[in-house]
Write a protein that binds this ligand. Structure first.
Ligand code: 5AD
Ligand code: SF4
Length: 471
């Protein structure tokens, strides 16, 4: 597997550190989008902290402002341009460095707009040049240059970057990058490049060292986790097998064995690649969460075909049935897009039908958003905004009624949960998550944080449950 050598970047970290020595400097980072981006931001933070910047949550006091962008849906664009406008004054007043990175920077029309309307931005980098932040920053500071560091490549793997994690109980571990599926609504394959997997050894060692640091929950991340190492196997790209890991199923089994880790989650798999070995691994591995995120996108076979999802409504439902048979306590969450071009009332009814049949624990609902460069954007039969919104509201009402019904089933049960911290709205209460990812709030001593406890569920409040400690 091709790996990028980061020795040069580590040298630039030293060089910037030299420039910044003795100064009190702060950075502010805003992350948009998915957990993969969050994980990238942890790496960006790791590099910045090694260059003598300390994190602040207050943008106004930052000496360096970094936006890590997402472009999956349209609303992020307005948010970014608003924020970049906001920091202009701050830059004029105190010379704040502005850096923008991530998926949106791989879109030509966005970078052109930034160049034209926001020329004061210091550094723009893409998804393939994240590791070059130290070098880019050095050039911006030392040579006073505007840096535009974006490349289009087929994907390489970067190991060994410093990382500063947001949490000390739960950690994300990216196992693969990129996507080869080209769903017709989705921009990801264009901005994240082709699929490539990390070496098993690098992943296992990362999880082992997280376990040693005291992390309890690991989320394995990728655009398409269940095709982990598939491209490598198919194209005979060399990779080192380690502890028997040569697929996603064997990776789950290996991570499940790591001492100290209590819970293993993963996002996102693709229904078309959900092979039996993965289902068996979920069944056999006691630490692997029994809530599976299985993105549906649409319940209509016609729409799924145009979306290029490569499964039908029946195949999706059969997969769910098969998994329920093999793993009796399994539940599902999903992603759904409403208003994809050409979606008829009948098609939408099919989506509602699948939602009714599967009884998802959680549904992430999205209104279709046209993405420049995708086949979906070029389709002529776009759905009027008003219809999209009406369908969205109908789906939301159905989902909410199901959540209420589902929640009722928890009342009186005993749940074994990982205590995550204090409640955001009430310092006196603790929060935990059930295996099925439901938030439970309860009274208890702060010493329980990071431990597994048993909670009896006493009431439901739509987005969370209330519980009490029990044995
Ligand atoms: N419009 C709306 N939702 C989208 N998603 C991806 N692309 C689009 C788009 N163009 C949703 C999908 C995906 C989730 C991460 O975002 O449901 O699973
Ligand atoms: Fe986008 Fe489809 Fe790839 Fe997911 S599988 S990242 S939705 S193209």
């Amino acid at each position: 597997m091709k790996k990028i050598n980061i020795d040069e970047e580590l040298k630039y970290i030293e060089k910037v550190n030299e420039i910044n020595k003795g100064k009190t400097l702060k950075y502010y980072i805003l992350t948009m989008g998915c957990q993969l981006n969050e994980n990238d931001s942890e790496k960006l933070s790791g590099m910045l902290e090694k260059m003598n910047y300390k994190k602040t949550l207050n943008m106004e006091e930052a000496d360096l402002v970094l936006f890590n962008t997402c472009c999956v849906r349209e609303n992020a664009e307005e948010k970014l341009f608003g924020k970049v406008g906001e920091v202009k004054k701050q830059k004029e007043n105190k010379g704040t460095i502005i850096a923008i990175g991530g998926c949106m920077m791989q879109e030509e029309h966005i970078v052109n707009k930034l160049k034209q309307s926001y020329p004061y931005v210091d550094i723009i980098f893409g998804t393939h040049t994240l590791h070059k932040l130290p070098q880019d920053l050095y050039k911006a500071l030392e040579e006073n240059k505007k840096i535009r560091d974006i490349i289009d490549i087929d994907g390489e793997i970067i190991e060994g970057l410093p990382i500063s994690r947001n949490d000390n109980i739960k950690a994300s571990v990216t196992i693969m990058n990129g996507c080869n599926n080209f769903c017709s609504y989705c921009i990801v394959p264009y901005v994240r490049g082709r699929e490539r997997s990390r070496n098993p050894k690098d992943i296992i060692e990362e999880v082992c060292s997280l376990a040693k640091e005291g992390y309890k929950e690991i989320t394995l991340l990728g655009q398409n986790v269940n095709s982990y190492l598939r491209v490598e196997r198919e194209k005979k790209i060399e990779f080192e097998e380690y502890e028997g890991v040569n697929s996603f199923a064997t990776l789950l089994r290996a991570v499940n064995k790591i001492e100290g880790i209590e819970k293993v989650r993963f996002v996102s798999p693709h229904p078309k690649d959900f092979t039996d070995d993965v289902i068996e691994a979920i069944r056999d591995c006691e630490k692997v969460s029994k809530i599976v995120h299985l993105p549906l996108q649409s319940g209509s076979t016609n729409v799924l075909k145009v979306m290029n999802r490569k499964y039908t409504k029946e195949q999706y439902l059969n997969l769910v049935e098969k998994m329920k048979k093999m793993i009796p306590n399994i539940v599902f969450s999903t992603d759904i897009i409403v208003g994809f071009p050409g979606e008829t009332e009948e098609d939408f009814e099919d989506t509602l039908d699948v939602v009714k049949k599967v009884h998802f624990e959680q549904v992430f609902m999205f209104i279709y958003s046209r993405r420049v460069g995708t086949p979906g954007d070029r389709m002529e039969n776009q759905i009027p905004e008003e219809i999209k919104h009406k369908r969205f509201d109908r789906l939301k009402a159905l989902v909410e009624s199901q959540i209420k019904e589902n929640n009722d089933k928890y009342i009186g049960t005993i749940q074994r949960v990982l205590v995550e911290g204090t409640s955001k709205t009430n310092e006196e209460m603790l929060t935990a998550r059930t295996d099925t990812n439901k938030v439970v709030v309860f009274e208890g001593s702060k010493e329980l944080i990071g431990n597994m406890v048993n909670l009896k569920i006493i009431s439901e409040h739509m987005w969370y449950l209330k519980g009490e400690l029990t044995h």
